[in-house]
Each structure stands twice: as C-alpha cells, then as structure tokens.
Design a protein around this ligand. Structure first.
Ligand code: UD1
Ligand code: CA
Length: 455
C-alpha cells in the first residue's frame, strides 16, 4: 500500500508569545516541522501533506525545499477538520497523521504503527502518563479493546482517572478516513471537529484499533510554550550526546554539548564543554576540540587540536593541524596537513600549505600559501580595495616578517623574505629580500624633552 503523511501545522501557538508560527520555532537549529518532515521522509511516503493555517505563508516559505503539498485550513475548527483539508489529495493506501509541534517522533515508532494498518485495522499511538491532564483518554472495553477517545473537557470523573493517553498520532487507510471524516460532528465541549472521534466510528464498524507506544516518551511530547521547547531541546541534545558516546566519542560533559545538524566523528575524538556544532561537521580520528568552540559545515582531519574559543565555518583542515585558541576560520579556508593557525588569526578563502604557520594576530583572506611558510604576527592581506577582492600568493618557505601589509594583488616568491613592518605592494621574486619601511635613525646621547615648571 502507498503511504500519505499528513502533518498538522495550522495552530497559532499563542503561548509561544511570538510572531513566528509555532511550528517554525527551532529545535536543534531546525524548525520543529522540518524535524517531522525529515522523519516522515524516511518512511518511504508517496506524498507529504502539510495543513497550514496561522502564518501559512511563512510556513510555506520555510518549507519551500521540501516536496510537500500544502492544504489550507483557513479557520481552525479542530484536528478532524484539519485532516479533512488534505483529504482530496490523498492516495488510496495508508495515511499517517503527524503534528508539526511534536518534533521528536522517531521513524521506528511510526514504522511499527504503520505495520498494524490494514482494511480491517487501524493504528493508534498511545502513551501512559502519571499526569494525564490535558490529554484525550483512551477508553477500552472489558476485553481491553479500544472503543473511543474522550477529550479532557468532555470526560467524566471516572474517565479522567485513566492514564493511557492519546498522542494524536494515528494511522489508517485512506478509504477508512474518507468514510469517517465527513461524519464528524462538532457537538462537544469545544465545538470542534475532533479527529479522535474516528476511533469510536472504527470500533462501531468492527475495524480493530491496534495500539503502539513510543520507545521514549519525549517522542510524543508537543510544544506549546518556550519552557516545553527548552525541555525538548535538552532531551534531544542528551539523546545525541548518548549516541556519540556509544559511538566512541569522549564528551567531557554530555549535558554541555549542542549539535544543530549532523556531527560525524572518528574514534577517540574528545570534545570539551560548551561546543556548538552546526550543519555537517566531520571530526577525524583523535581530533580534540577545546572548550567553547563553534564549528559549522567543516571537516577537521585526524589528529587536529582545536584550542578553546575557536570559530570554524565552511573550512577543511586536512589533519594534524593546530587551530586557536581564539582562531576564526571563515568559509573557503583549507589547511594542508600540519598547518597551524594561532590566536586572533582570521582566515577566509585561504589555502594554507603543509606545515605553514600563521601563529598570531593576522588576517589572511583570498590567499594561497605554499608549504613551510611562516607568517609573522600582525600580518594582513589587504585583499579589498573598496570595490573588489584581490589575491595574494605566497610561495613555499617564504618568511613574512611581523606587521606586514600585503597589498593584493601581490605575490611573494618561494624562499623570499619580507622584513618586519613592510607594506608590500610589488611582487617579491623567489629568494629575494623585500623591506619597505622608514629607515631607523639614531642620535647619540639625545636629551629627552623636560617638563616645563608649572607656575
Ligand atoms: C489533541 C487530541 C488529544 C491528544 C492531544 C495530544 C484531538 C481532538 N485531541 O488535543 O486527544 O491527547 O492532541 O497532544 O485531536 N490543529 C490544527 N488545526 C486545528 C486544530 C489543531 O492544525 O483546527 C493542530 C494544532 O496546531 C496542533 C495539533 O493539531 O499541532 C493538536 O491540536 P490541539 O488543539 O493542541 O489539540 P489538543 O487539544 O492538545
Ligand atoms: Ca496540544
């Protein structure tokens, strides 16, 4: 059977107190609804549908890269009404209903639920909670079969004591849904078309209701306010930290790690506290990351040490590099094996050859450095003339004295030496010395000006 996934994302999320639609609030760096769609995408669904309402345009725009069909629910008349908006676009296989504000649902849990669905059976994901308040309660008959769901606001005293709750997530065939949804009524405490009422219809028809539970209760937690958002974020980060540790990564404190994307690590990687990883980051074998580093979309090769407070973005370190403390590698930085970038050094679109060193207080942008180059403290590539960017090329084994300004476009030849304090605006040939600075003068026994007597 084919699969259609319907994600409800029309609610306002008043309690977020935000102008951003609730489902676009970010968890681990990604909108909640994108987590749901990414998980749904792993289920081999034929079609993904998103029901939008509040902030519909913003949600559509945020999801423009996803292959989804949008259904508009102009007025929020309940979860059953919401699913009905997507009814026309459904195929004739299975349908899975998910929620844009329940971001941590896992593929395995959903696959288990979907496996239950047939023409004579539907699947319902339930969770047993110590404090079930607010949730719809699962009603079962004497034989333990599910017969209905009753919402908190419609429940009797006895029903309120039931701890098995509706997660909202359910799966059935499109044919069943097409039979049941048009028959929903809004005759209840909230005057809404409840999706949950299809359960009683299924039971009436003799369609069996198979229940499944999530592996982890966090999977079915919804977000209504920023407190819940923060709790889910921590739970999710701890889950990532645990997976990393099981895979052999040493985390000095698993509760002080943030991964907002995909972090892949080789063996014996060690990560100190307070680091943030964004986008796709790969850390090779034995890489050590010091405290409070931010690394985004980068590959850090084996044996590299990143010292504290470094920021690395869109860069590649080939391996056995030393970076930081306080280094900033901007996009397009390529460090060859053994290259070093020290404190207060900024690089951008810069290729740094094998074993080359930029150890202190420099800016190297739009440049290529050969191997064995030594760049002295305070060296600046003046790559921008106010209109265009220009390139600097430094040959193998060149030595750039401290406080040099390299006015691009310019090249320094192999084995060339630039004297400290120079402003280099002309190419320096291989093996030459270039110095450009005011000559030092000396006056022997020079009397320092004396302070005038104040009267
Ligand atoms: C719903 C369930 C309840 C379950 C709970 C789990 C119903 C009637 N009740 O209650 O049994 O225990 O979820 O969290 O289904 N939405 C729309 N359009 C609407 C209404 C809702 O898109 O017209 C979306 C909301 O944005 C939200 C989700 O559906 O993401 C759930 O809606 P909500 O109003 O929060 O339902 P609950 O009252 O929590
Ligand atoms: Ca809710």
């Amino acid at each position: 059977m084919t699969l259609d996934v319907v994600v409800l994302a029309a609610g306002q999320g008043t309690r977020m107190r935000s102008s951003l639609p609730k489902v676009l609030h970010r968890l681990a760096g990604k909108p909640m609804v994108s987590h749901v769609l990414d998980t749904a995408g792993k289920l081999d669904a034929q079609r993904l549908h998103v029901v939008v309402g509040h902030g519909a345009e913003q949600v559509r725009e945020a999801l423009r890269d996803y292959p989804v069909r949008f259904a508009l629910q102009a007025e929020q008349k309940g979860t059953g009404h919401a699913v009905a908006q997507a009814l026309e676009g459904l195929g004739n296989g299975k349908v899975l209903v998910l929620y844009g504000d329940v971001p941590l649902i896992r593929r395995e849990t959903l696959a288990g639920l979907l496996a239950q669905v047939s023409e004579s059976r539907m699947g319902l994901l339930t969770v047993t909670l110590e404090d079930p308040s607010g949730y719809g309660r699962i009603l079962r008959n004497e034989s333990g079969e599910v017969v209905a769901i009753v919402e908190q606001k419609d429940a009797s005293e006895q029903e309120l004591a039931i701890c098995e709750c509706n997660t909202g997530i359910m799966a059935m065939t499109a044919a069943q849904l097409k039979r049941w949804l048009p028959r929903l009524s809004a005759d209840n405490a909230q005057g809404e078309y409840y999706l949950t009422d299809v359960i009683a219809m299924a039971a009436d028809e003799g369609v069996a209701i198979a229940t499944a539970q999530p592996v982890d209760a966090m999977e079915v937690e919804g977000v209504n306010n920023r407190l819940q958002m923060a709790r889910l974020e921590r739970a999710h980060q701890m889950h990532i930290a645990e997976q990393l540790m099981v895979a052999g990564v040493a985390l000095l404190d698993p509760s002080r790690l943030d991964v907002r994307g995909q972090l892949n690590c080789g063996h014996d990687v060690e990560i100190d506290v307070g680091c943030v990883f964004e986008g796709d980051v790969e850390l090779g074998e034995g890489v050590r990351i010091g405290p409070h580093c931010v690394i985004r979309d980068s590959h850090i090769g084996a044996g590299t040490v990143v010292e504290p407070h470094s920021v690395i973005d869109g860069s590649v370190a080939a391996g056995h590099n030393r970076i930081g403390p306080f280094a900033r590698l901007r996009p397009g930085t390529r460090l060859a094996v053994g290259a070093k970038v020290g404190n207060f050094v900024e690089t951008k679109n810069a290729e740094v050859g094998e074993g080359s060193k930029i150890n202190h207080l420099s800016y190297v942008g739009d440049a290529r450095l050969g191997r064995g180059v030594n760049v002295g403290a305070g060296t600046i590539t003046c790559n921008y003339d106010g209109a265009n960017k220009h390139h600097t090329d430094i040959g193998d084994d060149a030595f750039i004295g401290s406080n040099t300004a390299l006015v691009a476009p310019v090249s320094v030849g192999r084995g060339a030496t630039v004297g400290a304090g120079s402003t280099i605006s002309k190419d320096v040939p291989d093996n030459a010395l270039a110095v450009s600075r005011g000559r030092q003068i000396g006056k022997a026994d020079w009397p320092r000006p004396a302070r005038k007597n104040a009267d």
